[in-house]
Design a protein around this ligand. Structure first.
Ligand SMILES: Cc1cc2nc3c(=O)[nH]c(=O)nc-3n(C[C@H](O)[C@H](O)[C@H](O)COP(=O)(O)OP(=O)(O)OC[C@H]3O[C@@H](n4cnc5c(N)ncnc54)[C@H](O)[C@@H]3O)c2cc1C
Ligand code: SF4
Length: 475
């Protein structure tokens, strides 16, 4: 620990976000990065605890106190190496991760935690600025692996395998690689140029990307099994959960992903179908999670007349409750940058039907939602109507999109639509591996990268009977 008094003398400070009134007129990132003296000062707040709980808070086991100390001492090249020892894409987690590490930071027991996520983003940014040289494998193994899906799970797995010397082909059914990083997460949360930089690095390391190819259809399971030694499935969990209420098929009612994907395609200059726009409309978003917040930010940027986000659960508490102690992830009321930009939030409401005339949505009818065991029921006599010209359904996902691939490969799928595999990504077929959202259900980028690395390790062991790249460098 470079500065033993850092946590006593300095408070947590992050750079100011761009003003909401400015940022709703563009799709550029809202949050600037830490740099210079401020970066070193914030890193010096790390106490280098004997037992760093942040290590176990981070699904990647990032070596947080080590890179904090290196940043404080200005040894940024070494910090870059330590950061990349456990994380393939820190510029992405540094922007997108909810930072469970900070929730479990020991300083958070009675003070504000270290700005771990912002320091991670700053180290990664500098690494990108000085260049991301490819890390090709010293020798080729001659083994071939097909990776299905180019989201963070598939890309992390592909990169680890290529660095082991295996020949890796990533199959992606969309017209561009990146999974939800490309066509789900809005540009104002992550600039897509970062994704392109990483893809360039992967290609330079020998990974072949084949976009516009649907595994199981364009290339069949039999063809994959004939051409590859192992198959790694990271096909995501993008099948949206339907509302299951009358009126869901009215014009103006869309799943969040149709809406978000389209806006991402517009910004990328790619072709779209019929435009879904919030401009001048009263917008209702159903679902209070990340996807709902992304719809909120997008609707404001498109010039919505009003935006209201409805959530079935009650409003979370402002602070941790007694049964949710440190170092657990705190279930508290959160305000994302999109929420700072405007809109209303309403809680404990269950949508019971959508109504309209001429086939177009005009109203949403909801009732007060009451908890009933693990689910919710509508309270009789509590009906409320909300004006709605655009309704966006962001109520979660129920497994992978329909595909013949799991059945054709002889894989099991559980009742929640997830591919059945153990926590080492091994399925019932020895040469087939499943991981990321496809195995866990809809989750987080950090978990996708972590599962991709674990899967690569299992695949390398299967292929060569030898140890693969270390999951976490500890030396
Ligand atoms: C709107 C939205 C916002 C989010 N925001 C955040 C956030 O801020 N922070 C965070 O940590 N997480 C966020 N998440 C979650 C995060 O994006 C996912 O957990 C993560 O992308 C999962 O990675 P993955 O690689 O498993 O799957 P995905 O990213 O879903 O990638 C799967 C890929 O597989 C492809 N595919 C599917 N089937 C086939 C096939 N048969 N052949 C070829 N290709 C196929 C798909 O087209 C897709 O490109 C968000 C999710 C959504 C929907
Ligand atoms: S990946 Fe997420 S949990 Fe891990 S150190 Fe970065 S911000 Fe924290």
């Amino acid at each position: 620990m470079g500065n033993p008094r850092g946590f006593l003398e300095l408070t947590r400070r992050l750079p100011k976000k761009r003003p909401a009134s400015e940022r709703i007129h563009d799709y550029r990132e809202a949050e600037p990065l830490l740099e210079g003296e401020r970066l070193a000062q914030q890193a010096s707040r790390c106490m280098d605890c004997g037992v760093p709980f942040c290590h176990s808070g981070c699904p990647l086991g990032n070596l947080i106190p080590e890179w904090n100390d290196l940043v404080y001492k200005g040894r940024l090249d070494e910090a870059t190496v330590r950061l990349h020892a456990t994380n393939n894409f820190p510029e992405m987690t540094g922007r997108l991760c909810p930072a469970p590490c900070e929730a479990s930071c020991v300083l958070a027991l009675n003070d504000d935690p270290v700005t771990i996520k912002a320091i991670e983003a700053a180290i990664a940014e500098r690494a990108l600025a000085v260049g991301l040289p490819p890390e090709p494998a010293p020798e080729r193994t001659g083994r071939r692996v097909a990776v299905i899906g180019s989201g963070p799970a598939g890309l992390a797995c592909a990169q680890q395998l290529a660095r082991e010397g295996h020949q890796v082909v990533v199959f992606e059914k969309a017209d561009a690689a990146g999974g939800l990083l490309r066509y789900g997460i809005p540009d104002f949360k992550m600039d897509k140029a970062l994704l392109d930089r990483r893809l360039e690095q992967l290609v330079a390391e020998g990974v072949e990307l084949r976009c516009g190819v649907e595994a199981g259809v364009t290339v069949t399971a039999d063809e994959l099994e004939a051409q590859f030694d192992a198959i790694a499935i990271a096909a995501g969990a993008q099948r949206p959960r339907p509302l299951g209420v009358p009126g869901e098929d009215l014009a103006g009612v869309h799943f969040a992903m149709e809406y978000l994907t389209q806006q991402n395609r517009v910004i990328a200059g790619r072709p779209i179908g019929e435009r879904i726009s919030a401009e001048g409309k009263h917008v209702l978003i159903l679902g209070g999670g990340d996807t709902g917040a992304d719809c909120l930010g997008t609707a404001h940027r498109q010039g919505a007349a009003s935006v209201t986000q409805l959530e079935i659960a009650e409003r979370p508490p402002e602070t941790r409750s007694a049964d949710n102690p440190w170092p657990e992830w705190p279930s508290i009321f959160r305000v994302s940058p999109a929420h700072e930009e405007g809109g209303e939030r309403a809680y404990a409401l269950m949508t019971t039907r959508l109504e309209g005339t001429g086939g177009k949505v005009e109203r949403l009818i909801a009732q007060t939602a009451r908890r009933d065991g693990r689910g919710f029921v509508a309270e009789p006599g509590t009906e409320r109507a909300f004006a709605a010209e655009l309704v966006l359904i962001a109520t979660g996902f129920v497994g992978g999109e329909p595909s013949p691939l799991p059945a054709d490969l002889g894989l099991d799928v559980d009742a929640s639509g997830r591919l059945v595999a153990d926590d080492r990504a091994r399925t019932r077929r020895p040469h087939v591996f499943a991981f990321g959202d496809a195995r866990r259900g809809a989750s987080l980028v950090v978990w996708a990268i972590a599962e991709g690395r674990v899967a690569a390790h299992s695949i390398s062991l299967f292929l060569a009977g030898k140890r693969a790249l270390p999951l976490a460098a500890t030396g």
